[in-house]
Design a protein around this ligand. Structure first.
Ligand code: OAD
Ligand code: ZN
Length: 229
């Protein structure tokens, strides 16, 4: 069976990474447009770099949870070609949970992108201090994350995977941000089965063939057991 799994902030919530839209989440009471757009970066690069520098540093204080680990087990047992794992998350908890192939459609916190020479680099430290690009020396690095108004990564490959799969599973995402929110519609349009695993009802819950409510650390291992049984 070929499976496409889409994850969102809910899969990392129990690791202590704040979600965006839940109470106490990153965007709760804040306007994402003040930090997560190219315009915001042009207007106040220090504010934006600090925001992402803090989130990058916070990764050192969190660990993958049972949901990340279950998805790694699914990949290992199903074989890498039968699982396409795409995440909206910019943390690295899928990788640290053992997943080998992770498609970060919204980019990665632990990566920097040089707007002078277009090189991308793994990045562990800060960017607010304007360090030189390791490739060209120019101090024009930005977080390699996708902001509102920018095109997510890997879209063509994701659509191919959604076309080729038997089952699409959405985990821990509110179904508000496009294009990810439309994957369920695309999968259904292709005649694929669809399943949602989420704590609360999402904006797209009613579109899935089946939706289960609960914390990812319980729902995901249980579902992986079912698939591998
Ligand atoms: P949201 O914060 O919008 O939604 C998180 C979802 O996870 C909600 O539906 C919660 O019910 C659910 N949830 C919370 N805790 C959970 C748990 N323990 N187990 C299972 N589910 C849980 O986050 P995303 O949908 O990922 O984009 O947000 C999508 C995009 O919006 C992000 O990638 C980011 C943001 O703006 C960019 O920055 C481009
Ligand atoms: Zn460069």
């Amino acid at each position: 069976m070929r499976i496409v799994v889409l994850t969102g902030a809910g899969v990392s919530a129990e690791s202590g990474v704040p979600t965006f839209r839940d109470a106490g989440g990153l965007w709760d009471g804040h306007d994402p447009m003040t930090v997560a757009t190219p315009e915001a970066f042009d207007r106040d690069p220090t504010l934006v770099q600090r925001f992402y520098d803090e989130r990058r540093a916070a990764l050192a204080r969190v660990q993958p949870n049972a949901a990340h680990q279950a998805l790694a087990r699914l990949e290992a047992e199903l074989g890498g070609d039968d699982l396409y794992l795409v995440t909206q998350n910019i943390d690295d908890l899928h990788e640290r949970g053992g997943s080998r192939r992770v498609h970060h459609m919204h980019g990665r916190l632990r990566a920097a992108w040089c707007t002078a020479c277009d090189a991308r680099h793994d990045w562990e430290t800060t960017l607010v201090d304007r360090p030189p690009c390791p490739a060209c020396g120019s101090p024009q690095l930005r977080p390699d994350v996708v902001w509102f108004g920018e095109v997510p990564y890997d879209m063509e490959a994701i659509e191919e995977a959604l076309w080729a799969c038997d089952l699409f599973v959405s985990i821990g995402t509110s179904g508000v941000v496009y294009p990810a929110a439309a994957f369920v519609h695309y999968a259904i349009g292709n005649g694929r089965q669809t399943l949602e695993l989420n704590l609360d009802e999402s904006d797209t819950t009613s579109d899935f063939h089946q939706s289960r409510r609960g914390p990812a650390t319980e729902l995901v291992p249980a579902w992986v057991d079912e698939v591998l049984r």
